[in-house]
Design a protein around this ligand. Structure first.
Ligand code: 4AD
Length: 456
């Protein structure tokens, strides 16, 4: 049992990333005495010393046990992920040695607060030995402690915060629409249905329709909420529950919408990168990352079809693409990867897009719609101008076989002072997969939900 020496100077409790401390050897022969808490990220025994890399979610710190501390039972039987308190003096690392932030804590006291198991149950055996993707997802609560997984979550935190900041800058107000709804937005095929006190209801596919209803009272609005899609295929970019960044803008043109989208995405990246710690993480995860150049490339759907034909990229039936085809995920990604820069793909045919999209005045076959495509991921944003005419909207419900009744509140927007307006939804996990160069969106959320997985 190790005892704390109470005659030593008081140790200040600190998070591991605190730089407001003195290091012995850095122009002074006395370092700050500090008290830190965290879990054992790594450790090794060497020449009678125990080197512990402690992790607290803010940073890492090398801590060294020596003498009696190193020989104590708790030090000898230490396991990774044990939770600890360590007290000691901070020093600069010796020449030629490496440690986080170039410093190390020379412990004069430590205590294991909660032990983690060793042997077969040791975290390294659980997580690393059986490293197939499904096992790792079953153990997501533990794999999240790893450096790559937690780095992606740090970027996610920064990006989400940056969106809020940017929407403030461009004067969009935040609202929080309901998740339990009785209307579809993006087609019946991907609706999650459930029983709502005896009535049928759905988990929302998008907050768009609700955002449209507050334009007259709040001006431009946005929300960052969960959307739900019963996707019946397993791809690397589809989740059943994802975080949807959506905005709706009043009295705009289609071109205004595109310029706003470029502005928001680029400003979000600028703000995210302005935090040196986050910028360093992104550099590590995605060394080739480059700030996208504005304006983004604009390409009409019909031009994309021509491009796909010229480049011999077939459609899903293995035939050359023709006008009216849905551009499938594989073809879209190949095109985006070859062009290798952000693309605004615009003017999709009416038939392959949602009921609410405004038709192009010059070409009634197509809509004022946009998908933003990013190299490595493909579509990360879907947006459009919205039908603002009452009769046209009623005809669109009819065309899609949608009963207009539950949509009365949406339709009313066209009766009580309609306006030219539009908006978009951005999939946060897809944005992160692009920014952090992750193979799948599953690694860009805390606990992914997709067909076959609703745990942990
Ligand atoms: O293109 P979508 O379906 O558009 C809408 O839902 C519009 N109502 C949004 C709006 O205009 N307010 O979805 C928008 C974005 C996609 O570009 C994609 O990034 C993401 O949402 N997304 C998904 N992300 C992960 N898993 C899924 N199953 C997704 N479905 C859509």
């Amino acid at each position: 049992e190790v005892k704390e020496d109470t005659s030593l100077p008081e140790a200040k409790k600190m998070k591991l990333d605190n730089k407001d401390v003195q290091l012995r050897g850095a122009g002074t022969d006395k370092g700050s005495r500090v008290r830190v808490f965290g879990r054992v990220h790594r450790y090794r025994q060497q020449k009678g010393l125990v080197f512990i890399t402690l992790r607290d979610g803010y940073g890492f710190m090398q801590c060294i046990l020596q003498g009696d501390l190193a020989k104590s039972y708790d030090a000898i039987t230490l396991q990774r992920e044990s939770s600890m308190e360590i007290v000691g003096e901070l020093a600069q690392v010796p020449e030629g040695a490496h440690a986080p932030d170039n410093r190390e804590l020379h412990a004069d006291y430590f205590k294991v607060l909660f032990k983690a198991p060793g042997g077969d149950d040791a975290i390294t055996n659980k997580v690393q030995a059986k490293g197939d993707a499904q096992t790792l997802l079953d153990l997501r609560h533990l794999t999240l402690r790893g450096e790559v997984a937690s780095n992606v979550m740090f970027v996610r935190d920064a990006v989400e915060f940056a969106f809020h900041q940017v929407y403030r800058e461009v004067r969009c107000r935040k609202v929080s629409p309901p998740a339990l709804v009785q209307t579809q937005v993006e087609g019946g095929a991907t609706l999650f249905k459930f029983d709502y006190y005896g009535e049928q209801a759905f988990l929302t596919q998008s907050s768009q329709l609700y955002l449209e209803t507050v334009l007259p009272s709040m001006g431009d609005v946005y929300c960052i909420e969960k959307s739900f899609r019963a996707e019946k295929s397993l791809t690397r970019r589809h989740l059943s529950e994802y975080t949807h960044v959506e905005a709706e803008l009043d009295y705009i043109t289609f071109d205004d919408l595109l310029v706003h989208l470029e502005e928001v995405m680029c400003r979000v990246i600028e703000i995210t990168m302005s935090d040196p710690k986050i910028a360093a993480i992104i550099k590590e995860l995605n060394p080739e990352f480059q700030m996208p150049q504005r304006p983004f490339m604009r390409m009409k759907y019909s031009e994309a079809i021509d491009w796909l034909v010229e480049h011999n990229i077939p459609n899903e039936e293995d035939q050359p693409h023709k006008f009216g085809d849905d551009i499938a995920e594989a073809a879209e990604r190949r095109m985006t990867d070859i062009i290798n820069r952000p693309i605004f793909l615009t003017h999709f045919p009416v038939e392959i897009k949602a009921f609410y999209m405004q038709k192009d005045k010059e070409d009634r076959r197509v809509t004022e719609s946009v998908d933003c495509l990013m190299p490595g991921v493909g579509e990360i944003v879907g947006g459009s101008m919205r039908m603002d005419d009452y009769d046209e909207l009623m005809a669109a419900y009819e065309r899609e076989g949608i009963d207009p009744k539950p949509y009365y509140w949406y339709t009313d927007q066209r009766r009580y002072g309609s306006s030219p307006h539009g908006g978009y939804g951005l999939g946060l996990e897809r944005f992160l997969a692009w920014l952090c160069k992750q193979h799948t969106v599953r690694d860009c959320c805390l606990y992914p939900r997709y067909m076959g997985r609703c745990t942990p």
